[in-house]
Design a binder for this molecule. Structure first.
Ligand SMILES: [Zn+2]
Length: 295
């Protein structure tokens, strides 16, 4: 999910304003959230910091560099670079890791009043600092994988369209031996949605520019398109990788939906077939797409 923050108005900031440096880019991972009391603690974590490649974790509690969570992120950086053919950047991605949800929520409410509470956020400030904000929770691994992916993308690309940003973050948040693990919950829900008449529409996703416009179904569809493009065929994969390559220095490339239609023909129909194959039981997977491993 993505929003644009400005210094004067909390919502409705355009991509143009962002490009001009008047606003911060803000993305978030989940639809968690709850009402909390008036904030009384607003300080960022500061006592401990650990640096590993691009990753810079700041917390008020000690966490060893060898901790599996951090090692997973260090490995994720390599995987994202390999999978997306993105050059590794040295630009740091800050991770402000709060000890608990209450302190995180209090900081968020005091610092960004009017913005919804989420379990985690990624923010790119006008001076291009890349920062993740989250708290320790049972979902910490997927939250960090999701938000750190945003950081890695924004460290390497001139701009990242909203839905692709979220599609790739959703794609890489699913842990496993290799990128491209199937989000079974998304597949199940997409299959049900399809039975109820839903049809994919990448062009519609491309028109979304604000975080509040993206619904849960849009996250599922963004994940599905991303998974489809990376695993359905060499042609679909090439379309996405070439698009990302263009985004390194061109903030306004031609539409990805047009490029994909030119390359594979009837992408909507193929995506439906792809999701149906992922949703099929293992014994019915004669046409199951390559889904669990990186080509
Ligand atoms: Zn996100």
């Amino acid at each position: 999910m993505i929003a644009r923050l400005s210094n004067t108005s909390p919502f409705g900031i355009s991509r143009t304003a962002l490009a001009c440096g008047f606003a911060a880019l803000l993305l978030c991972a989940t639809f968690a959230g709850c009402a909390i009391s008036r904030p009384d603690k607003v300080a960022l974590p500061a006592r401990h910091s650990i640096r590993a490649d691009q990753l810079l974790v700041v917390s008020d509690f000690k966490i060893a560099k060898e901790h599996p969570l951090l090692q997973d992120l260090i490995l994720l950086r390599q995987k994202v670079s390999q999978q997306l053919e993105l050059p590794l950047s040295s630009k740091p991605v800050m991770v402000y890791l709060f000890s608990n949800e209450l302190e995180y929520n209090q900081y968020w409410q005091a610092t960004y009043p009017g913005y919804p509470l989420r379990r985690a956020y990624f923010i790119q400030t006008p001076n291009k600092e890349l920062a993740v904000y989250t708290s320790w929770s049972e979902k910490i691994q997927e939250d960090l994988r999701h938000e750190f992916t945003h950081g890695l993308l924004h460290a390497s690309l001139e701009t990242v369209p909203l839905w692709i940003d979220e599609g790739l973050a959703e794609y890489f948040e699913v842990k496993g031996q290799s990128p491209g693990q199937v989000n079974a919950d998304y597949v199940r829900k997409l299959a049900t949605m399809t039975q109820n008449g839903w049809r994919p529409d990448m062009a519609r996703l491309e028109r979304l520019e604000k975080v509040e416009q993206m619904q849960r179904t849009d996250y599922r569809e963004a994940w599905a398109w991303t998974h489809f493009m990376l695993h359905d065929s060499p042609e679909s994969r090439r379309v996405l990788l070439d698009y990302l390559k263009e985004l390194r220095d061109n903030p306004h490339p031609d539409r990805l939906s047009d490029k994909l239609a030119d390359a594979v023909g009837d992408p909507d129909g193929r995506l439906l077939h792809y999701v149906a194959a992922l949703a099929a039981p293992p014994e019915h997977t004669a046409v199951r797409p390559v889904s669990a491993t990186v080509p």
